[in-house]
Design a protein around this ligand. Sequence first.
Ligand SMILES: [Zn+2]
Length: 206
Amino acid sequence: MVNYLMTNKKLPAELPQAVNQQSRDGKISSGFPKHLIPKEARCKECDYVLSDPLLITAKGRILTTTGVVEGISTYRRSCLNCGVIYRYQELEDGVHNFDDHIILSLHLCLMIRNALQEADVLLRDTLEAARWCERQTFKGTVSLPSVIGMDGEDRITTLKELRCREDEEENILLKEPFMFPFQLQRDYEKFCVEAVDKKKMTVFTS
Ligand SMILES: [Zn+2]
């Protein structure tokens, strides 16, 4: 069953545009289904018929980027022969079933994923650029970003704050822990050629 879910029901790397759009509009048009019933009728393992849908909860919630849709019923079906259980997981409805109680709109899933990926890239590139700086000799002084010295939890908090920034002024402040401050223009240029031009890194400099 896990195999089946992994190959057929996991979130694809690229979602079809129409599915994403539908998910985005779902809340407004009340387009999300109220009853989430597995669409399978026969077992994928043994091809036997599945049981009638069995209610798991009538108090499920769909989380979207704009709010929460309450009162969602989720169902499971089981194979009457081998006992494999089928949960609801239909991406074309614009939702991702997290645990039968919490359901995420695909639009929300994508937002979370993008935020995580961006944060990941910034941290990875900042660490790599710092390692490169340590191997160089610069004419002036270069301090490494303060995020380098933080432990894992502080790094995540710092990234989260940067992600939730609201205005431009605050933005500069929150970028601070990721900054490579250069004293001399020529050092700054050397760094930019390597990190930005050559390696196409996401880094902040000042
Ligand atoms: Zn079966």
